[in-house]
Each structure stands twice: as structure tokens, then as C-alpha cells.
Design a binder for this molecule. Structure first.
Ligand SMILES: [Fe+2]
Ligand SMILES: [Fe+2]
Length: 354
């Protein structure tokens, strides 16, 4: 992705502009992934806490078709999220466009964000499927299999929301496609677990929770509430499984995991919504680069930018010892990690700024 990096002031963005190349990336639908399948002949329970999560998952299943009231309306003429939650709507307002246009722009942006979440859910399904093969204990295999069902349901519910209520599923953004492939191609159980349980789940919980706080639409809120409930179970498994991974990891493996996490999230952050702005901005007369440069130049850029990362994923990486002095400055420099006085990162600080 190095060739797509360019500098906007002090910040290095990743920007895909060649539509033929973007199409080529999307067309790569067969991905060779390294996978070591592990048999286990012990069918008893060896991890009581993982078994308990599996049991909890069975009780809390829901049906995306029957348990959601699909009659509830979603309209381009109403605010689906608060106006402030939409970059496009905020810029339209600054440009003096009427409220109808602002609402339509917010609707389009939500459609893009949910589409990307949908592709992320598909990646979660695929990666969690890999974990059912690679895990070593029966409790883990059962739990991972139940998470596969959860992720299938998340794909179902978000796809139906987009198809039935918004009318469009946008194709995967180029930056996201590259990064999802990188997670899926991770070559060890530890790396797959890190990708799935910390990076994926951490980002999913943050995005969905922040989005639900800003939702002004009942159906959207209900969908996000149900998905988040499942994600909470996934996050619990994440903590339990990752604690075990880091406990058994060598110094070198810890460094590799730290670099892997930084590499993925730094690149995601480096896109700075340019994929969305390039796709949707022009129809509202919005110049993508200007918007990005303006955002990067805000005095409170780091406060705003870090909100999503500080919600869950950064605090989790800190707790696991996967952000050390070696990379801390890098996280801070690109506006993903906030400090409180004394230089100690403050988990959750981003939220209080909302
Ligand atoms: Fe999910
Ligand atoms: Fe999940």
C-alpha cells in the first residue's frame, strides 16, 4: 500500500484514486490463507469459562428475520443519525446547502458505513471459521463455531437493512479490502486470534456503540442493539483467549503482534475516510482532499480522531501489553492514542469527549 501514501502536512494519508486498480482489488475474491487444522480427541470440557460463554451464546440466539420489526421505516428525508455524526452533512451545512440535502448526504454516508461494516462482518465470519479449525481445545472449537453463527446473522441483518431500507450495498473500500485480506492471511493461531478477537471485535464494538449513541432511527437502533449484544460475548472471549495468547508468547512474538496491530490500524486510520469521500463527495460538490486537510488541521483533531480507537481497541491493546514504548509515539502521532498528564494513556478518554 506504500505507493498510495502521500503527505497532507505532517500526516501521511493512504489514498486510492485509480478506479481500475480499486476494481482489480475487489475482483480478488479467492485468497490463499495458511491454516493448520488441529484435531482434538478430548471431548470433555477443559476451559469452564469458555464453555460458559458457549452456553450463554446458545440461550441468546435471535432470528434476524423474525425478531426485528422490518415494518419500521427508514427514510432519506429524515435524520437517521444526528446531523453532527455525518461528515458529509456537516460539510453540506457549512456550504449552505438546505436541510433536505444534508439529510440525504447523511443517509448516503450511513449507507456507505454500514456497507463497510457488512464486508467486515463477512471477514469476521471467514476468520472465525478458520479459528474453529485451528483452535486446540474442544471448548474453543464449540465457542468459535457459535461465533460463526453469530457473524452469519450479523451479515444477514445488515445486508437486509441495506437492501430493504437503504437500497444500496456499496462495494468494499480499497483500503479496507487490503487490510481485511491481511488479517485473513495471518499465519499463526496467535495472529489470527489477535486479528479476530482484539482488532476486529474491538473496532466493531467501538463503531457500533458510537453509532447507536448517535442513532435517530428506531430500526437502526434495534439492529445495532442486538448485534452489540452478540459482540459483547465475542469481546469477552477476546479477553479470555488473548490473555492466554500473550501469557504464552515470547518477547519476539509479542513484538510481532504489536507491529501487526499497529500496521493494520495505522493504515486504516491513514485512509481518513478518503475512500468514502471520493465515492460520495463529488455528488454533493465536496472536494475529498479539502475536507481531509481541513479535518487534519483542526486544533482538536486528535481528540475527535481518537474517539473510535480509544473506545475499546486501544485500551484492550494496552491491557494486553501490545502497545509499548516502542510504538507508543507512533500511535500518538497519527491521532489514535490520547495521553493524560504524566504521559499515561487513559483508556476510554475519547468517549468522555463525545
Ligand atoms: Fe459481528
Ligand atoms: Fe463479532
Amino acid at each position: 500500500m506504500q505507493e498510495h501514501r502521500k503527505r497532507f502536512g505532517d500526516f501521511e494519508v493512504i489514498d486510492f484514486v485509480d478506479t481500475a486498480e480499486i476494481e482489480r482489488l475487489r475482483a480478488q475474491i479467492d485468497v490463499a490463507v495458511p491454516l493448520q487444522l488441529h484435531w482434538t480427541w478430548d471431548y470433555g470440557s477443559q476451559m469452564a469459562e469458555i464453555r460458559a460463554l458457549y452456553e450463554k451464546g446458545k440461550v441468546n440466539q435471535w432470528n434476524a428475520e423474525l425478531d426485528i420489526d422490518w415494518q419500521m421505516p427508514v427514510s432519506k428525508d429524515e435524520w437517521t443519525l444526528t446531523p453532527e455524526a455525518s461528515i458529509l452533512a456537516s460539510i453540506c451545512k457549512l456550504m449552505g446547502k438546505d436541510e433536505k440535502t444534508q439529510k440525504a448526504a447523511a443517509f448516503d454516508e450511513l449507507c456507505f458505513v454500514l456497507s463497510q461494516l457488512l464486508h467486515g462482518e463477512q471477514a469476521a465470519l471467514q476468520l472465525c471459521g478458520q479459528l474453529t479449525n485451528a483452535c486446540t481445545h474442544m471448548d474453543e472449537k464449540w465457542y468459535a463455531a457459535s461465533q460463526v453463527t453469530d457473524e452469519a446473522r450479523h451479515i444477514e441483518v445488515i445486508a437486509k437493512f441495506l437492501q430493504r431500507k437503504m437500497g444500496t450495498i456499496h462495494p468494499v473500500g480499497a483500503t479496507l479490502k487490503v487490510l481485511l485480506d491481511r488479517l485473513l492471511e495471518a499465519d499463526t493461531v496467535a495472529m489470527k486470534t489477535l486479528g479476530m478477537q482484539t482488532l476486529f471485535e474491538g473496532m466493531a464494538v467501538g463503531i457500533m456503540n458510537l453509532m447507536r449513541q448517535e442513532s435517530k432511527n428506531e430500526l437502526l437502533s434495534e439492529m445495532l442493539r442486538r448485534v452489540e449484544q452478540d459482540e459483547a460475548r465475542h469481546a469477552a472471549f477476546g479477553v479470555l483467549s488473548m490473555r492466554r495468547v500473550v501469557k504464552e508468547a515470547s518477547r519476539q512474538q509479542m513484538d510481532e503482534m504489536e507491529d501487526f496491530a499497529f500496521g493494520i490500524l495505522e493504515a486504516l486510520n491513514a485512509n481518513q475516510q478518503l475512500d468514502m469521500l471520493r465515492l460520495l463527495g463529488p455528488s454533493y460538490g465536496i472536494d475529498p482532499e479539502n475536507v481531509t486537510k481541513m479535518f487534519l488541521g483542526l486544533p482538536n483533531f486528535a481528540d475527535l480522531n481518537s474517539m473510535l480507537y480509544m473506545h475499546t481497541v486501544i485500551p484492550n491493546l494496552l491491557q494486553l501489553g501490545l502497545i509499548t514504548e516502542r510504538t507508543e509515539e507512533g500511535w500518538r502521532k497519527c491521532g489514535m492514542l490520547l495521553h493524560r498528564k504524566g504521559g499515561v494513556p487513559l483508556p476510554g478518554q475519547g468517549l468522555s469527549l463525545a
